[in-house]
Design a protein around this ligand. Sequence first.
Ligand code: SF4
Ligand code: SF4
Length: 205
Amino acid sequence: MKRHQNNAAGFSRRLHFPDDEKRLPWLPLLLDAYAIADDVIDTAITNEINSSNKRLACGQGCVSCCEHHKDLPLFPHELVGIYWYVKEKMPASEKPGLKERLGGHKAEPPCPFLGGGSCSIHPLRPLGCRQFNVFGARCLPGEDPYYTRRDDVLTFSAGHIDRAFAAVIPLYRLNESGAAEAVRLIRAQILNLQTFNWKKLAANI
Ligand code: SF4
Ligand code: SF4
């Protein structure tokens, strides 16, 4: 499953790692960013359900997107979070499988973090995974509804989700005077999780 249950509003689901957040100055900013994004996404989902009577198709155990999508957006600040989570927080029992998947990843689906039918980095999964939500029918194997039925894919204002990028501006040490330009520069650093070289992380697990 690529997103958590849509059962709370606000930032009540912000994750907290008090000791780690004291030690790692970037971590609270990243967790804030994900909390902001989750709030924006949940609001957009609720608005869509209320206005269209559609039901959210995404849910537990539904992983066709993780199995088949070629383009999985990833940003440098998210990469830092994934490295930290995998090295310091992931249950030891999950590490051997992930090490093998990352080491053998061939820059194509499935997502190497998909293991045992779920996302092994779920608490720190990227924004792109969080925001891709589908209404109506669950995706068919191999289907990307962005191309097959765009109207069923959640849309929302880019300006709203920009608040999640604004939360991590300090991590990029940009010399920009305006937040909007800083966010644009961060967005421009987009990577693809599928084509990223995960061998280094695999070697350090
Ligand atoms: S990181 Fe991979 S496994 Fe996790 S939600 Fe995203 S696509 Fe799915
Ligand atoms: S409905 Fe589609 S996008 Fe949503 S979780 Fe299932 S496979 Fe992924």
